[in-house]
Design a protein around this ligand. Structure first.
Ligand code: GTP
Ligand code: ZN
Length: 521
């Protein structure tokens, strides 16, 4: 058992103070907030003690381990201390002469509090029209930036973990500063009125493609780390199916959008990483901000304690995948209400999209979406495909394959398609399209003429955001792969749009997929 440390004594003293204050509490609001503050402090000290216990527990020596260099102790070997009011948040004592140390050898800062010494978040008025009044998204824990953060989490979505590995393995220096020369957006998008509506865009930073340039002074004069969360580029793309479309005469090269006989396309691409405005995200899901914060904290293994302790910080950069926009034709036409827009919103299905699995309609619908988008752009309108990283209905590939096994070991009936997923995951879908329309607002889209999707969830989320959909276009029957009839019929039965007549449950039980045995022949 670890010897009681400073954290123990402080915590017990504070607990005594807390009990006395509680006895006096009654209706005094000021006292209640003082109690809250002390409560937070006690919880933090308890957390510090746990880390201390772990850090000071005797460890078995590994015979092959290299002796540690005394001048560079690993973080876990240092007794972490709580940030006292005289400590700066970059982990250095608040003496003016104290040398700055790199963050990975300084004290561990488990969390921070709004009133703590040194805390001075950069202004963030989400949805403000003037970028200077809105402020940059600042999330880095670099010593020069940690006190000024106005966002929780880390840049890069799920790739923040690879970033950590690069730093831990000393492949990436903590003091590396990105050189953004010539990385500006390759096309102009916006600004649109939607960018300054705090309710319309809540899951991405509308200024994310411009941040290093809009907020340059913060970087050059104050050494604050500011990174883009959106990048806009241009490219060519080549899909074998589109070469076939040209050969069969369905698609005609025009030298601009469809460049040549091999069906090569000109495209403008936008990559977006998530930035969540927590009050807005909570509102979309019809829950309160506190519930959202607490659940995010718990379900990420307690990874982001500031979700709990920093109610003043409203932004969170979650460790999840983002999205990519593929725009065909003139980007200015996406927001032009006078021309037609064809749109496919697609969620990732790696097995089909990339590797051609025939158990679902994903790649064929994606290709159909690209082809229709290109045709709309060629006809003087605009064509857009948006690709979200939400593999397996955001349940992931492992769950998806478990469902495939259960389906193929059973009768693989359309009538049981969603039940199989629910049995394993507890839900049939975790994509929750509520945040999806943000990107449409960001692109300045105010209506959709041709929606290349049958999903009622996508449809309803878009319409709820005030963007009307004029026409819904199902995947053509001749593009549905052999083994994916089960999926498409189950979806239609569950409420997906279809131009055909609704199937009865009895008809649905007759739709079978291929059994594994059939594959062996
Ligand atoms: N869990 C699970 N996910 C699947 C299965 N088949 C496909 N998916 C996932 O379902 C999602 C399909 O997304 P989309 O292609 O956008 O299609 P949709 O939203 O169902 O509807 P449409 O827009 O009409 O195509 C992707 O995330 C796929 O990875 C399956 O059997 N199990
Ligand atoms: Zn699929």
């Amino acid at each position: 058992m670890a010897a009681p440390g400073a954290g123990d004594n402080m915590a017990s003293v504070m607990n005594e103070v807390l009990s006395s204050l509680k006895a006096l509490q009654h209706d005094n609001a000021q006292l209640a907030s003082a109690i809250d503050a002390i409560n937070g402090r006690v919880n933090m000290l308890a957390g510090v003690k746990q880390v201390h216990d772990v850090a000071s527990a005797p460890r078995k020596e590994e015979p092959d381990a290299e002796p540690k260099k005394p001048e560079q102790p690993a973080p876990a070997d240092q007794p972490p201390s709580s940030p006292s009011s005289s400590d700066q948040l970059d982990g250095t004592p608040s003496t003016a002469t104290a040398p700055a140390r790199p963050a990975n050898t300084s004290k561990i800062i488990l969390t921070s509090y709004p009133g703590q010494a040194g805390i001075d978040p950069i202004v963030m008025n989400w949805g403000h029209k003037d970028p200077n009044q809105r402020g940059p998204v600042v999330v880095s824990r670099h010593p020069s930036t940690i006190r000024r953060r106005n966002a929780i989490g880390a840049h890069g979505g799920s790739y923040s973990i690879y970033h950590a590995l690069a730093v831990a393995s000393k492949n990436l220096r903590l003091d590396h500063r990105p050189d953004f020369t010539d990385t500006e957006p390759a096309a102009n998008i916006g600004p649109f009125p939607q960018w300054s509506d705090p309710k319309k865009i809540v899951s991405m930073d509308p200024l994310g493609h411009l941040s290093p340039w809009l907020f340059k002074e913060y970087i050059t004069e104050q050494g604050i780390e500011i990174r883009p969360t959106i990048a806009v580029t241009k490219a060519h793309m080549k899909l074998p199916e589109l070469e076939h479309s040209v050969k069969s005469g369905r698609l005609k090269p025009d030298g601009k959008i469809c460049i040549n006989e091999s069906g090569e396309l000109n495209v403008t691409k936008v990559a977006v990483e998530p930035v969540w405005y927590l009050p807005g995200v909570a509102e979309r899901f019809g829950i309160d901000e506190g519930t959202l914060r607490r659940t995010l904290f718990e379900e990420t293994g307690g990874s982001y304690p500031e979700l709990i302790t920093r109610g003043d910080i409203k932004l969170f950069l979650p460790p999840i995948g983002g999205l990519t926009v593929y725009c065909f034709g003139d980007v200015a036409k996406m927001s032009d209400p006078n021309v037609k827009l064809a749109l496919r919103v697609h969620d990732e299905c790696n097995g089909s999209d990339v590797f051609g699995s025939d158990i679902c309609t994903c790649r064929p619908y994606l290709i159909f979406g690209v082809e229709e988008a290109v045709k709309q752009a060629q006809a003087g309108g605009s064509g857009v495909v948006i690709y979200f990283r939400k593999e397996g209905r955001a349940l992931g590939e492992v769950t998806k394959y478990l469902v495939y096994n259960a389906r193929k070991r059973g009768a693989d009936r359309a009538s049981e398609y969603f039940k199989r997923t629910e049995n394993i995951a507890g839900v049939k879908d975790m994509r929750f399209q509520a945040l999806m329309p943000d990107i449409l607002h960001w692109l300045g889209i105010t209506k959709i003429d041709r929606m290349l999707s049958m999903s009622n969830m996508k449809h309803d989320a878009i319409v709820e955001q005030g963007i009307p959909i004029h026409e819904r276009i199902p995947i053509p029957d001749d593009m549905i792969p052999e083994d994916s009839r089960v999926e498409i019929d189950a979806k239609i039965h569950a409420g997906y749009f279809s131009t055909g007549k609704a199937m009865t449950m009895e008809e649905l039980t007759k739709v079978h997929g291929r059994a594994w045995d059939d594959l062996d022949h």
